[in-house]
Ligand binder design. Sequence first.
Ligand SMILES: *Cc1c(COP(=O)(O)O)cnc(C)c1O
Length: 429
Amino acid sequence: MTDKSRGFDTLQIHGGAAPDPATGARQTPIYQSTAFVFRDAEHAAALFNLQEIGFIYSRLTNPTVSALADRINALEGGAGTICCSSGHAAQIMALFPLMGPGCNIVASTRLYGGTVTQFSQTIKRFGWSCTFVDFDDLAALEGAVDENTRAIFCESIANPGGYITDLDAVADVAKKVGLPLIVDNTSATPYLCRPIEHGATLVVNSTTKYLTGNGTVTGGAITDSGKFDWSASGKFPSLSEPEPAYHGLAFHLALGPMAFTFHSIAVGLRDLGMTMNPQGAHYTLLGIETLSLRMDKHVANARKVAEWLENDDRIDFVTYAGLPSSPYYDRVERICPKGAGALFTFGVKGGYDACVKLIDSVELFSHVANLGDARSLIIHSASTTHRQLSPEQQEAAGAAPNVVRVSIGIEDPDDIIADLDQALAKATA
Ligand SMILES: *Cc1c(COP(=O)(O)O)cnc(C)c1O
């Protein structure tokens, strides 16, 4: 039986992992080794020529990390997956083979706050730039693309409001302009949304969040659909032309649908060094085994909490796309049929001051800059994660001063609601 014929619940436990061939260990061992011994000189040469797959040095590949990469690949339905040190590293690693100085990307305004900063500020140091547009305005999206654009980037369930991107429509635009679509699937996970089935070229995940699910380690993954023709436009010379950084190998010609994956290992991880360590991969392998169970509970709890908030007088609005009142409600069934996730925002009557008081009054919720933990988390984006942004950018990103973001955990939903109730009483007294 191949991985492709197995169901999600099976793949989240067995994908990428078999009993250890050396010892029979049932759980994937932590291969805490920097280097791996070559059988002989010929074996070493074959590995370096990418003629044979194997382990050389853990900056490039490691058996524990590879088991996780293969599991995520099975869950996302990709051609190949590379793990790296964090979700932010995954974003740079996804762009690295596509970009050069003077190139740009077009990204949604609705993004994780750190991604807005990475794309609006930090990537400028590489000579890259980003244009942000509202991805509900497909004409604006297409209009923002120019001859130097190399990718279109959005989140499936987008921060901070849990807004659902119409991936099919965005993928149609990407196809029309001949560019790869990169989807950050962190807030949805492959259990709720499979971006490749909606036309994504590359999927990035911060494994730090739901995939690990217990708030212990940072990590990232890039999954390639294997479906983009890197040679068609001449815009992606690192993949279509002889790569001077890898003794002139033309990756797309030599490796076909695995071109991006191998380039990301042989050049990306080798030279950027944003490597996931085997200990980190181990924690994520443990967490990912229960992904579907946790996500079902996250979604059920989020729905209950969002419904309760929507009916509360102290609240101005709730953005949860799983509520029938949401303008994005009709996208849930098409884009993330198992539920709208567990990340959303709500507006508190009383504005900035009431939000800050609310945050200081919660007892069960943790006030952290994180999401996708088993624990319920809360943050006031305007004073923290989205603090770097201008008031206009905050508004556009759904992080205005009166807005609080929650990531609903898998505790007893009555306890989550009771905590918000007592904190709102203090905040609006
Ligand atoms: C957390 C997060 C990231 C960044 O991931 P790290 O692992 O913290 O680097 C990127 N995108 C989204 C949607 C996130 O939630």
